[in-house]
Write a protein that binds this ligand. Sequence first.
Ligand code: SF4
Ligand code: SF4
Length: 103
Amino acid sequence: MIYAGGSVPPRGYFVSCMCTPLQYAAPPTVFIMKKTIFIDPKRCKACRLCIRACPHHCLELSQNRNAAGYLMIELVKPDDCTGCGTCVRTCPEPQCLQLIRNA
Ligand code: SF4
Ligand code: SF4
């Protein structure tokens, strides 16, 4: 039964709402530009802080050395890199690691 009058309906009655129902449209498409990292081998000192910091274990020390003789860091699991930037914030060498747009 529908309650039609008064301010407070008695217990057990349904209240008819005359509001316009919300129109639920399809949610807007959101494009998320995934990021990854760029490693500048010239600036790396092989301290390995980034390797320990990466929550997805994407970084490893390679067997190749840069011009200064340091072993170079390598992004070994690029598909697992979320672009979180943790390694970038951890690296003590300025501009050695940078977040870039994933191609
Ligand atoms: S950006 Fe995040 S996920 Fe990618 S290598 Fe750095 S710490 Fe790992
Ligand atoms: S934190 Fe920076 S300097 Fe240290 S190993 Fe990683 S990229 Fe190289």
